[in-house]
Design a binder for this molecule. Sequence first.
Ligand code: FES
Length: 236
Amino acid sequence: MKSHFTVYRYYHKVDQKQCYQEYVVDAEPTDKILDCLNKIRLEQDATLAFRYSCAHGICGSDALMINGRIELACQKLVRDFKTGNNFVIEPLPLFDVVKDLIVDLQPFFEKYRQVQPYLIAGKNDSDKEFIQSSENQEFIEPALRCILCASCTAACPVNRARPDYFGPAALLRAFRYIFDSRDSITEARLDKIDNADGVWGCKTMWWCTEVCPKEIPITKCLGQIKRAVKEKEKGD
Ligand code: FES
């Protein structure tokens, strides 16, 4: 089956022009979009640049716009689209394009690092492990599924209007530690994001939840952080 791919191209080191290039790929309905991009690169155009690693929805490196919607190229099959055999492939919005379908995720990871994305456990006087209840683990479990693909942040309209907004992915990671019973700096974590660039930047538009390839209820998690901030203020 012949499939037509219209692919965004741009490389600032060659010229400043963006364009779309057409490719025809022999694709099976069960081929992943990533397989098709690989066929283009291997058989037709070695200059086409895109990222991927695991090809199984784990590494989060191949988030793209496919027919106007943010998707992981390795999780979508040719037959998943109602556009026949026509595909428009573009880079993630919001971020600067480095080359073709590769965007600069440096700003994304800078914000991620600002929320201290690691457990800071308190002192444990006994020689036993810190035990986490299964209820607590279940509560934070949705956030553990995040693969940092940046789809949510790219989709968020607040991020486009407010570049300093932490964004849903960083806030989701904050959620993961704020509600982890073993973490010892919950108050400091809440203080850090109790502002308009933090959790109050979220306008509950649900776009992040809509595009998340891991079906994480991101907006709901951010709502739980908002409630925790309010509870903390009541206690102060
Ligand atoms: S290539 Fe790893 S998530 Fe798609």
